[in-house]
Design a protein around this ligand. Sequence first.
Ligand code: ADP
Ligand code: ADP
Length: 232
Amino acid sequence: ATKLELTNVGKVFQTRTGSVEALRNIYLSVESGEFLAVVGPSGCGKSTIMRIIAGLDRPTSGHVLLNEKPLGKIAEGAAVVFQKDVLLAWRSIIDNVLFPLELKGITWFDRPSKQTNRAKALELLESVGLKGFEDKYPHELSGGMRQRVSICRALIQDPKLLLMDEPFGALDALTREQMMYDLLKLSDKYGFTTVFITHSIEEAVFLSDKVVVMSGRPGTILKEIPIELHRP
Ligand code: ADP
Ligand code: ADP
């Protein structure tokens, strides 16, 4: 389980024409297993916060603590899902799901764990309604289905911290609704800590335990709203 804490985080980007202050005075605290949604208009710094939490970018001031310890280069135990799926076109669906494990060198030459991993990938695909699609290729699936594969690919790493940046932003309303139910189910089942970035208040309220509302620029936190009675 993973607790996340941002203290007085600020971010200034240096650009050719000067500097852009993207974040100022960001305080965030996400308890272990909690689902936090971050909402706000385009350009208020949501993606920057997520990249900082993932360890993909550094704050220019303040700090990020993961389980009370300073964040390493890449956040240990974190998995990220972006708005646009980044599936590998030449790999089947199940091989896409298994890819992060291969990167970590877990499956190479290791038959027993290969079997277990395969079973787990199939189970995840089934839990998002993609049973029977494991041997297809990304171009054979719709946008919503590909995004579900991206979520499976994140979850197969057993993340302690799931970071999602507008994961449903490119989907139609019906698919999005289905995905929200799928995500709630998975979140209840696996209990990971989640930071979910969206500009949809509806998604935020439906999914999260706590909503942080941001405004820009520079991006600051306007309000923090606890959500009760959020689980159907
Ligand atoms: P959001 O995700 O809320 O749309 P972003 O975090 O993408 O906002 O961007 C916040 C601000 O920081 C914007 O003004 C954006 O132009 C700026 N910004 C983001 N990344 C960079 C960068 N690499 N270089 C310069 N400015 C950036
Ligand atoms: P969207 O196209 O909006 O992303 P979904 O991913 O929800 O929609 O797809 C809706 C349904 O249509 C799926 O659950 C699936 O049953 C069917 N479908 C879409 N594309 C395909 C495909 N290439 N092969 C088989 N079934 C498909």
